[in-house]
Design a protein around this ligand. Sequence first.
Ligand code: ADE
Ligand code: ZN
Length: 338
Amino acid sequence: MTDPIASLIEHLPKAELHLHIEGTLEPEMMLALAQRNGIELPYASVEEIHAAYEFDGLQDFLDLYYAGMSVLIEERDFHDLTRAYLDKVADQGVTHVEIFFDPQAHTDRGIAFETVLSGILSALESGVRELGITSKLIMCFLRHLPEEQAFDALACACRHKDHIHAVGLDSGEAGNPPEKFARVYEAARKEGFLAVAHAGEEGPAAYVKDALDILKVSRVDHGNHALDDPQLVARLAREKIPLTMCPLSNLRLKGIPDLAAHPIKRALDAGLLATVNSDDPSYFGGYINDNYIAVSNAVGLSPDEIITLAKNSFAGSFLSDREKQAQLDAVDRYVEKL
Ligand code: ADE
Ligand code: ZN
């Protein structure tokens, strides 16, 4: 008999709001691109790559994540990567995506910003045309690098304002507080970009508060440790700040001892606009529906809570109010038909 929770989730319309496109690089594609581009990898097979994906924490993962993306060289590599992701989630009810990319991880290797962007954009355009998946792009600053280098990335983004919707902040959180990027965020907001930031993934609740107060983000990526601070929780609820949570990522990076300890149910109970996302699905063993199913089973989410999560994904997106309403209506129609 099919699991009723899994079949509710299977084609439930949903948006993915926390997805690093470089984190969708599957071992098969890594090996194929290495061969296509003449890059040497320390792995000879898919099995060896899988075996390497045991992480002690965020930094341990990031070391492999940056090494893995060395196979991405040409525009068509970025296109193929992005299109493969869209093809996967098209079968999982995903109708809208807001995708992160890490330009500094490529420009530092001598790959032009425009090569990266053009490849991703052409795939996103084919995704809306051929799969009906709408999208927005979020350019992340790498927080382990100095703020001056983030300003260089921002200068590139300013040449492509029509295609880049928001700026974000990712990479190693510990020791790289939001404050380090206060000036570049201010400049980005003045240029008209919206702002999000990873905060409270490994860092404390204070980083979430600083992302709101200093970086003026309209959405928090992860936000797990915000749950440690009741006053902050009340504020997040009052201000309807979305949290883009990533259960399998937190499990694999040892942010939680097991999925039953994931704070998503506590976030929903507190009235937060929590959402479920996959972060880096190729590295963490699951795409968006795997995350929904695993966390629902582990913390015991009801069908109504699962529907709320899907609705939150549209409510917390950067779609216009009209577009949000159309997507929310589609969720209602899907649920009525069940
Ligand atoms: N870059 C890719 N995945 C990330 C994560 N989970 N946290 C911070 N930076 C990242
Ligand atoms: Zn992330």
